[in-house]
Ligand binder design. Sequence first.
Ligand SMILES: CCCCCCCC(=O)SCCNC(=O)CCNC(=O)[C@H](O)C(C)(C)COP(=O)(O)OP(=O)(O)OC[C@H]1O[C@@H](n2cnc3c(N)ncnc32)[C@H](O)[C@@H]1OP(=O)(O)O
Length: 214
Amino acid sequence: MSEQTADGTESVTDGEKRGGFPRFRHTPAGPDFGRFVEAMRRLQDLAVSTNVPDDVLADIATQAEELADRLTPYEVPEGKSPAGSNIQLPGRGSLLMLPWMVEKFDTEGVRSTGVFRRYHLGGNGAAHGGVLPLLFDDVFGMTVHAGGRPISRTGYLHINYRAITPLNTQLVIEGKVDRVEGRKTFVSARLTDLDGKLLADGEALMIELLPGQP
Ligand SMILES: CCCCCCCC(=O)SCCNC(=O)CCNC(=O)[C@H](O)C(C)(C)COP(=O)(O)OP(=O)(O)OC[C@H]1O[C@@H](n2cnc3c(N)ncnc32)[C@H](O)[C@@H]1OP(=O)(O)O
């Protein structure tokens, strides 16, 4: 059971297996939202890959501050932005997520494809080790959801780095539910290139939230 609240979310009572999570309404992305996010991603890539002369940078910094000032009046609470819930966009429209596209989402598992970009550089041309857990954790969250399991949080996440993960190369990750034990869903995933070369694999324990757990 749930009831509508004034801010458009639904508060959840103990009968639903969502812990203390409100049930957000989907916020559709408008026609220019995907373009906006991609432009922001380009800026992120350039912010970590340019060496701009001071006089030029002063002007660019002012422009960046002006852009932020233009966006600020439109800030909304969690669940009210199109970022994160628009599965037709790379990274579901969230700048935090890797710009990958979900290609399969069903009870058998989740498959997502995409590239690590310059923004994700670690060292010597390879993806930063810290962005792989982000990709895996997000895929595990979707895998639990696609598998029809209740809303859950990551208890642990283990990644094995099997080979250097290249930038700007189309890759694929596939996640699946391995087994369920009460509140616990054990999931695993493999990250490969398009020739099937294993780059990383991982497993996680996703724990169903109890009523009221945030
Ligand atoms: C849309 C929103 C959700 C999307 C999910 C996206 C994934 C995420 O990134 S979530 C963010 C990262 N994770 C977190 O912040 C979680 C923080 N931790 C917590 O909130 C709590 O520890 C929580 C809710 C997971 C579990 O707490 P609690 O309900 O007290 O569980 P607890 O009773 O200790 O453990 C339940 C079972 O899991 C087991 N368990 C818990 N943690 C671990 C662990 N790290 N390793 C092994 N087993 C564990 C326990 O042993 C127990 O097993 P059993 O039932 O067999 O005795």
